[in-house]
Design a protein around this ligand. Structure first.
Ligand SMILES: Nc1ncnc2c1ncn2[C@@H]1O[C@H](COP(=O)(O)OP(=O)(O)OP(=O)(O)O)[C@@H](O)[C@H]1O
Length: 601
């Protein structure tokens, strides 16, 4: 049912994209049905009229035959050309829908799910195949009628030709089976294909490329890429070989029947039971029948390529609909936090991961507090903040904001009440003003506010001597000015503070690219901003950091390990408790004093 609906939808997209081309394809399909029969009949008339000396019939049949030949020879090419053009236009529409789905969903579960990514890689850039899938049934009907007309005319030559269509259907059926094998191979190798693509990007793109060159891991990565390529190639080649074997077998059956049939008519003509015109008709129709079957197969191949896109396309749609339904709820209507954010027995595991990333996490983050999350690598700090932002949903347990469960809230409205800066921040190659302003889209043209935020974050066009001040184009993509890592980070920080009075501010290692003095200055500035937000909206500010020197001023420190909160409290309390936090702090101080005591060379 969903497939039928999609079929109608694609036909409507085609008509909207180009009514002339769509109708052109349909007209050519109908013309193709008649042309083969007309050509055969005209050739028979010409042969018999030449023997009988009937010049007028020869002339009329020659014109008819020429027109039919023109439709057959030029029509198919023209039809594929028109369909290709329609495919490109509709492909854009399909890509847009997929991208809108990918970016418009409230959570990011989908972009971390291999099942989703596999489907996405099969659909993106291949939307045009849907046009073939939608028009192919019509083309197939036209081809099948054409084959029927040819068969009926051949039966006129001799009834023994009536079952010829069965022989024409054998290659069709075997080819369909072959295409299914190719499709299965393509899905089975999608994950390796994605890995191969990723390794290729890693080796060729400038940012990761630097690291690869310095570390000298280029050869190893190339070997891995080669292995992935071979894995993909092996599965796909096996599928293609089996499909080719089936196609050859189908054609062999058809060709045997074709040769035997023509031999039979030659024998009938030799015995004087049929005219030479009948022989020409049989030769023409049988040859054209082969062409018709070939065209039908080509159409079926295109259609199946489209079907290979239909399944993942419908899957993505359904997946997006489910995620949207799951996240449906009322808008969060809070102008300030009174109690705070409460996590109660929260468990979370990434799709297809083997371990829980969060294990039974329960904690109250009081309104107006600054919370620092610390712990070793992979202990669950980023996962915790992603759940707080609603980018993932807990598998068990709940997160409530002033008593309202985030599960019952329209996540877009919660997102509108939050600000976040991540370690892997975006480098938006826009003008500096826009790159900061998009942190709060409705305020992107508020120059005064953008400049104030930029100054506060140290993303100051004047001190960076940018050629066009705040209007300087950033990045090299559009011949703009490239910024240093630290400068890009300051832009990201400024963007993260554009929103006024957010209820939650998240900083997931936002200062990792800054030197120690810049980081210190940055935290002083952000503590002041957090204080102001706290008065305005009871904002909870969550800072994830590995640098203990920057977190001892937090009101609440969460010490994480293996997805659990081991300890929670302020710096003095945790130090007095002498637990894992105190131990980590002591080791940090020892390491720091050892480094400081080392003689300079
Ligand atoms: N997208 C993902 N898919 C599967 N597992 C993931 C994913 N992201 C993180 N994990 C796993 O979840 C656990 C917690 O990861 P998380 O990124 O939250 O740790 P972290 O404390 O922020 O680490 P770091 O300090 O290195 O940033 C780790 O075991 C990690 O391997």
């Amino acid at each position: 049912m969903a497939k039928l609906r999609l079929w109608f939808e694609v036909i409507v997209w085609c008509l909207r994209a180009s009514p002339v081309r769509t109708v052109g394809v349909l007209v050519l399909l109908v013309a193709d049905i008649a042309a083969v029969g007309v050509l055969g009949l005209c050739l028979r008339e010409i042969t018999d009229a030449v023997s009988g000396g009937d010049r007028r019939t020869v002339l009329v049949a020659a014109v008819g035959g020429a027109l039919a030949f023109l439709v057959i020879s030029a029509g198919t090419g023209a039809r594929f050309g028109l369909m290709g053009n329609l495919g490109e236009r509709v492909g854009l529409r399909v890509d847009e829908e997929v991208l809108r789905t990918a970016t418009g969903l409230p959570s990011i579960e989908h972009v971390e799910s291999p099942a989703y990514l596999d489907r996405l890689s099969l659909v993106l850039g291949r939307g045009s195949s849907l046009v073939y899938a939608a028009l192919a049934p019509l083309a197939s009907v036209s081809s099948i009628i054409g084959i029927g007309v040819s068969t009926a005319l051949l039966s006129q030559v001799h009834p023994v030709f009536a079952p010829v269509v069965i022989f024409a259907a054998i290659p069709l059926l075997l080819s369909r089976r072959g295409e299914r094998l190719i499709r299965e191979a393509s899905l089975a190798s999608a994950q390796d294909a994605r890995l191969e693509r990723q390794l290729f990007d890693l080796l060729t793109q400038p940012e990761p490329g630097k690291e690869v060159r310095v570390s000298g891991r280029g050869g190893d990565l190339m070997q891995r890429r080669r292995n992935s390529w071979h894995a993909v190639h092996k599965v796909r080649t096996a599928g293609e070989m089996r499909a080719a074997g089936l196609a050859v077998a189908g054609w062999a059956v058809f060709m045997l029947a074709y040769v035997a049939g023509l031999g039979f008519v030659v024998w009938l003509v030799a015995r004087g039971e049929r005219t030479p015109g009948d022989l020409v008709l049989a030769v023409t129709l049988a040859a054209q029948l082969r062409g018709q079957v070939e065209r039908t197969l080509a159409m079926a191949r295109e259609a199946l390529a489209g079907v290979a896109v239909i399944e993942p396309f419908l899957w993505l749609r359904e997946h997006a609909r489910r995620l949207r339904d799951d996240s449906g709820g009322r808008a969060l209507d809070l102008d300030r936090l009174r109690s705070g954010i409460e996590l109660e027995s929260v468990w979370f595991r990434y799709p297809e991961a083997k371990h829980d990333a969060l294990v039974d996490v329960s904690i109250h983050l009081p309104a107006g507090s600054t919370v620092a999350v610390v712990g070793e690598y992979g202990s669950g700090k980023s996962t915790l903040v992603k759940l707080l932002l609603g980018l993932h949903q807990p598998d068990r347990g709940s997160i409530t904001v002033d008593g309202i469960d985030l599960r019952d809230v329209d996540l877009q409205s919660w997102r509108a009440s939050t600000s976040a800066v991540f370690q892997d921040f975006g480098r938006y190659q826009l003008r500096l003003r826009e790159s900061i302003g998009i942190g709060d889209l409705p305020a992107v043209s508020d120059h005064e506010r953008v400049e104030h935020v930029a100054r506060a974050a140290g993303a100051d066009a004047a001190s960076w001597s940018l050629p066009d001040g705040m209007d300087t184009q950033l990045g090299t993509l559009f011949s703009g000015t490239e910024l240093s890592e630290g400068q890009w980070q300051k832009v990201a920080l400024a963007r993260g503070t554009m929103r006024r009075g957010p209820l939650l501010v998240v900083m997931d290692e936002p200062t990792a690219a800054l030197d120690a003095p810049s980081e210190h200055a940055m935290f002083e500035r952000y503590t002041a901003i957090a204080r102001k937000s706290r008065e305005l909206a009871g904002t909870v500010t969550v800072i994830v950091s590995h640098r203990l020197s920057t977190i001892d001023m937090a009101d609440l420190i969460l010490m994480m390990s293996n997805g659990r909160i081991l300890e929670a409290g302020d710096h003095q309390t945790l130090m007095a408790a002498g637990g894992p936090y105190a131990e980590m702090f002591r080791l940090h101080q020892v390491a720091h004093s050892t480094t400081a005591a080392e003689p300079e060379h």
